[in-house]
Design a protein around this ligand. Structure first.
Ligand code: 1BN
Ligand code: ZN
Length: 343
């Protein structure tokens, strides 16, 4: 009898303890000062697909692609270096498994004469309808207008020209090694940088103006369209550019958020800047494709594009691989996260 009572007390004690633990467990979140964080929603991720990891973008390899262009010499339209470099781009894209369109055109220079230009589009998985367009001009300027010396000589354009094209080639190599089921068009635009600094905006961006009226693919409507220009210099700062914010505000936010999420907030600054005449202006206006321009404008005032802009200082020594990495890795994440349904 005594044993049975003892046993009952033990059982009741245990039950009471269990009850206390259960009550504490239920009310514990309300006692805590921390906000209750709901689980991350997964609705944005595509169901029924295997998620693909975002691969590493190699800045060393991007730099080699950049250097190869500079080694050809200034890529001024009508020059032997321009011709050789165009041939090399086509071969590289093909070697990396892309389907290449070479769009030849003639364009009038504001100083007189005609440029023979070539836009080169490397298409990754051309059979897929959902596509991302990433573009960069590849020509380099015919004169160093902003320099104090040799103003009539062409510039290397390591940053203004070769950097964007180098990132595009490295993206092609990344896609070749890390298959993903989304279409990507890597667009090398010619004759962007031969315009009149004191003249009409129409004197610039002659390759994109031609393409916007002669699009290589019928009914082309990319999911995102992004332009890279001056994406390699050590002082680079990318602000939210005005025309991009006007034509594609959501894409701007997604790109800058992606860059910040990867730790590149130092370069991708959460601040607005005014509009810039660049290829995206004509692609948005004439082809009606909303395009975002990622272009470095580190300075206010006299030299917005940096002190090397349109001078002979725009050579290999101005290039910083950390900047190539920030831009290239952000573009890689945009591509693979879009496939995953996370962007
Ligand atoms: C950017 C870099 N641009 C040329 N090199 C485009 C541009 C054109 C910028 C005209 C300012 C004026
Ligand atoms: Zn330029």
């Amino acid at each position: 009898m005594q044993n049975k009572t003892k046993h009952s007390y033990k059982t009741y004690g245990l039950l009471a303890l269990l009850l206390l633990v259960a009550v504490f467990y239920v009310i514990q979140p309300y006692l805590s000062k921390k906000p209750i964080v709901p689980p991350t929603p997964v609705q944005s991720l595509k169901p029924n697909i295997t998620q693909v990891l975002v691969p590493e973008f190699s800045p060393d390899s991007a730099f080699l692609f950049l250097k190869k262009q500079v080694d050809f010499g200034p890529r001024v339209p009508n020059s032997p270096a321009h011709k050789k470099c165009a041939e090399w781009f086509g071969k590289e894209f093909k070697r990396l498994g892309l389907t290449v369109v070479e769009q030849k055109f003639q364009a009038a220079h504001y100083k007189g004469g005609t440029f023979s230009g070539v836009n080169i589009i490397g298409q990754y998985k051309p059979e897929l309808a959902k596509r991302i367009l990433i573009a960069a001009h590849w020509d380099s300027r015919f004169q160093a207008d902003k320099d104090t010396k040799d103003q009539n000589k062409p510039i290397d354009g390591a940053d203004d020209g070769a950097s964007g094209a180098g990132v595009l080639l490295e993206l092609a190599r990344t896609l070749a090694g890390n298959p993903v089921d989304i279409g990507v068009d890597l667009f090398l635009i010619d004759v962007e940088d031969q315009g009149d600094d004191d003249g009409e905006s129409e004197t610039w961006c002659l390759g994109s103006q031609y393409w916007a009226k002669n699009i290589h693919r019928p009914g082309y409507s990319p999911y995102y369209a992004i332009l890279l220009d001056m994406v390699g210099a050590k002082d680079a700062r990318f602000y939210k550019e005005g025309i991009s914010r006007e034509v594609a505000p959501q894409t701007v936010e997604k790109i800058w958020d992606t860059a910040v999420s990867l730790g590149y907030g130092e370069y991708f600054v959460n601040q607005d800047r005014g509009g810039i005449t660049d290829d995206h202006l004509f692609i948005a206006r004439d082809a009606k494709i909303p395009m975002v321009d990622i272009i470095s404008t580190p300075n206010d005032g006299q030299h917005p594009f940096g002190n090397h802009h349109h001078t002979h200082a725009d050579n290999l020594s101005v290039i910083d691989k950390n900047v190539l990495k920030a831009v290239g890795q952000t573009m890689t994440a945009v591509i693979y996260r879009t496939y995953n349904g996370a962007l």
